[in-house]
Design a protein around this ligand. Structure first.
Ligand SMILES: CC(C)(COP(=O)(O)OP(=O)(O)OC[C@H]1O[C@@H](n2cnc3c(N)ncnc32)[C@H](O)[C@@H]1OP(=O)(O)O)[C@@H](O)C(=O)NCCC(=O)NCCS
Length: 379
């Protein structure tokens, strides 16, 4: 791999191209996905000191297969003077997602660059290429996420507060510097937290018992793995739709994202294709036979330790019964049986989401970093 430590004058040192979409992750055209996976791993080791969150080539491949609900492009930056690049030539990588069923004005972008080539212009080249795809796709708003290993303490020089007013990001972190350089505004900070497993069983049982008492006899937990029982699919879709509006969104220009049974079945297929399995715990409101909320995690099939928290919601009319805590404690108990080797649960919550953070802190999650959510209106 050619390494450049500063942006030279003259012809652009990097070429940005869309990753080919190969028929399988083992195909020779998957070089860009393997390169992107290596970038993700190096960037995460630099940011967090671990690679639990690193994206695998199989995951990246599975994401690109799903083009019905969003147009998805994976971009890679390679040295301009390498005509036939391979995985080791990929110095940076970006995902561009243009939703197709709602939010037709939005493009979601995430960028990562190998630490050894930072400040060499590849991050900027990827942002510019992603914005060009957004513009060509008729999008007016780009939402970009940056990842940071730690949240600066209040009063730290150079710490930025998001428009939401909650949380802080170090403005001189590479991800923040890239967003600022390209005219993005920091809308939100999301706390990254980790729960070390196993949670002491008596502690978990105590939390669950208190939440069960508060919830009362009108609610009971329902659990499934990898395929939702037909009975619950429409209800789960209703909850996913509500998730798109009920989670705090600061000043992000996002509208409701509708889910239905077909989309959930496709989601289940994509989880399996990406090398993951999922576990979901929902709360049934017994008198009406409907779901009041759910919480879900994904696990890698061939890597036992990390667990990835996905959505959690209790719909407004059922809040205040400790269902969030009840479902999450129930899920952790089920997880202990299903995957006793699990060691860490990773989650992100908006810093202004006091309700969700309160539940997570009670369960034992501890802060491990922060993500910035940035927004830019394209001219
Ligand atoms: C986070 C969430 C699941 C917690 O719901 P919950 O389990 O019902 O919360 P609790 O029972 O612990 O509620 C405690 C109190 O806060 C209130 N409350 C909980 N969430 C609330 C919210 N989002 N807005 C306003 N009040 C809320 C409850 O009414 C209750 O008040 P009370 O004690 O005066 O009756 C729920 O707020 C939610 O679904 N939020 C939207 C989706 C979301 O943000 N998910 C997390 C994304 S990371």
């Amino acid at each position: 791999m050619t390494q450049r430590s500063s942006a030279p004058a003259g012809p652009a040192p990097w070429r940005v191209l869309p990753a080919p979409v190969p028929p399988s992750p083992d195909h020779r055209d998957a070089w860009a996905l393997h390169g992107s996976a290596a970038v993700s791993r190096e960037a995460d080791l630099d940011t967090y000191g671990h690679d639990d969150l690193a994206l695998t080539a199989q995951y990246l491949w599975a994401k690109l297969q799903e083009q019905d609900y969003a147009r998805r492009v994976r971009l890679v930056a390679v040295p301009a003077d390498v005509p036939d690049p391979g995985p080791d030539d990929v110095v940076g990588s970006a995902s561009v997602v243009l939703p197709r069923r709602s939010n037709h004005h939005v493009a979601h972008v995430a960028v990562a660059v190998r630490p050894a080539v930072r400040d060499g212009g590849s991050g900027s080249a990827l942002v510019e290429a992603a914005e060009a795809i957004a513009t060509a796709g008729g999008r007016s708003t780009v939402i970009l996420e940056s990842e940071h290993g730690g949240e600066p303490a209040e009063g730290t020089p150079g710490a930025m507060e998001p428009a939401s007013g909650a949380g802080r990001i170090a403005a001189d972190d590479p991800g923040a510097a890239l967003c600022l350089k390209h005219g993005y505004a920091l809308e939100q900070a999301a706390r990254y937290s980790v729960l070390t497993l196993p949670v002491p069983p008596d502690r978990l049982a105590g939390l669950r018992a208190a939440a069960t008492e508060r919830a009362g006899a009108d609610y009971r937990l329902v659990t499934w793995q990898d395929r939702a029982p037909q009975r619950w699919v429409d209800d789960w879709a209703r909850l996913e739709t509500r998730m798109s509006t009920d989670e705090p969104q600061a000043g992000l220009d996002l509208e409701e994202d509708p889910w239905d049974a077909d989309r959930l079945r496709r989601y289940e297929q994509d989880i399996a294709a990406s090398g993951h399995t999922y576990l979901l715990v929902a709360a049934e409101h017994v008198p009406t036979g409907t779901l009041a909320g759910f919480t879900m995690v994904q696990l890698q099939v061939d890597r036992p330790a990390p667990v990835f928290q996905e959505d959690t919601i209790v719909v407004g009319e059922h809040r205040g019964h400790r269902l969030g805590l009840l479902m999450k404690a129930g899920l952790l108990e089920r997880l202990r049986e299903l995957r006793p080797e699990a060691r860490r649960v990773h989650t992100w919550n908006a810093e202004e989401n006091a309700f969700m953070l309160g539940i997570n802190v009670a369960l034992g999650f501890r802060p491990a970093g922060v993500a910035g959510v940035w927004q830019k209106r394209l001219a």
